[in-house]
Design a protein around this ligand. Structure first.
Ligand code: X2X
Length: 343
């Protein structure tokens, strides 16, 4: 059935007709009331990545359970700027939530959060999450809170990072010698790749594709889920499965914005964010375990080097001793409690 605006207004049966015909988007129908709290979350990954998919689901659940009072809008894919920009916006209160790696720009405020990215520290996901859901994670969240931010309990997964490049497969540490490798902003990444004799360059993720395409850098390192979602295989030839570090995202909040929320809305928000972080971890682990074949069919050539040879280079060059000094005895002990002796 077709109704026009006039017949709707004059007949008075329009409401029934509109409901019955499912035309709820029609312009004369009053929209649901605007949310009382409308907050943004910024992320640096493409919308298709499980990080964004699960945050959106959490946002939907939060909106529903607060009867529409709390709305979280997801701005994926660096729409709000690169990581250092979004981090500045978060601290200034222009952005209420932001997901950020502890080894990335967060370490410019809280240097010790980068400890989770120490090269070849965690052997598997069991170790990663027993540390981050355990004492080390609690300690780091305490430091982030002291830094003036709010952080949710459960860390979201980025994954174990692998090296892609356009020059040659990395089979031994020597193959990295002098290679121009893009790394995210953050001291630890530069330290790690210098210790491996590469030539690292700090570049925000929003500029990675074009830097690879124009060969400003030869390579980059990221988990396979990111290589796939950001289509880096289009501008890279080789992928070497170094798993040289684990990386994840803290779900950060601006403190003033967080404290404006009534306690029950804060509880509902945290509950759904943390529950969806757990689901997201499973998504990413599955993707990173299964993507090699798909990426091979898109043209990436894979190899699996002996990771011990890389760890030995780091050990002999004093990398772990230096990092232990940088992060401090307390933090290092919390890490080694899970990973075993590193330095
Ligand atoms: O910048 C990166 O490479 C990314 C997307 O993995 C991080 O956020 C650390």
């Amino acid at each position: 059935m077709k109704i026009d605006r006039r017949s709707f207004l004059v007949t008075g049966v329009g409401t029934v007709a509109v409901a019955a015909s499912g035309m709820m988007g029609a312009p004369w129908v009053r929209r649901a009331q605007a949310a009382e709290f409308s907050y943004k979350v910024g992320t640096d990954l493409p919308a298709s990545h499980p990080l964004n998919v699960r945050i959106q689901q959490a946002a939907d659940a939060i909106n529903k359970e607060t009867d529409g009072r709390m709305e979280i809008r997801v701005f994926a894919n660096n729409q709000l700027g690169g990581d250092p920009d979004m981090f500045a916006q978060l601290r200034a209160g222009a952005l209420e939530f932001f997901t950020l790696s502890g080894a990335n720009a967060l370490s410019s405020l809280v240097p010790k959060t980068a400890i989770t990215g120490v090269g070849f520290a965690f052997k598997d996901y069991n170790q990663v999450f027993s540390a981050l859901d355990g004492e080390l994670g609690a300690h780091l969240r305490g430091l982030i809170t002291k830094g003036g931010l709010v952080v949710q309990d459960k860390v979201w997964d980025n994954g174990f990072r692998q090296i892609t490049n356009s020059s040659r497969p990395i089979k031994t540490p020597g193959d990295l010698q002098g290679m121009k490798v893009r790394v995210p902003p953050g001291r630890l990444w530069i330290a790690l790749f210098r210790a491996l004799s590469a030539a690292p360059a700090s570049i925000s993720f929003n500029e990675v594709y074009s830097s690879l395409q124009t060969k400003v850098v030869e390579g980059q390192e990221n988990a396979l889920a990111v290589v796939d979602a950001a289509k880096l295989y289009e501008v890279q030839k080789y992928c070497s499965m170094t798993s040289h570090m684990w990386d994840g995202f803290w779900f950060l909040g601006n403190r003033a914005a967080w404290e404006k929320l009534p306690a029950n809305i804060r509880d509902i928000t945290s509950k759904h964010l943390n529950a969806h972080a757990m689901l997201q971890r499973q998504d990413v682990a599955k993707l990173n375990a299964s993507l090699q074949q798909a990426l091979e069919s898109k043209g990436l050539q894979f190899n699996a080097p002996d990771m011990n040879s890389f760890r030995e280079v780091l050990q002999k060059g004093g990398f772990y001793t230096e990092q232990k000094q940088f992060f401090g005895d307390e933090e290092w002990a919390l890490l080694e409690k899970v990973t075993g002796k590193l330095a």
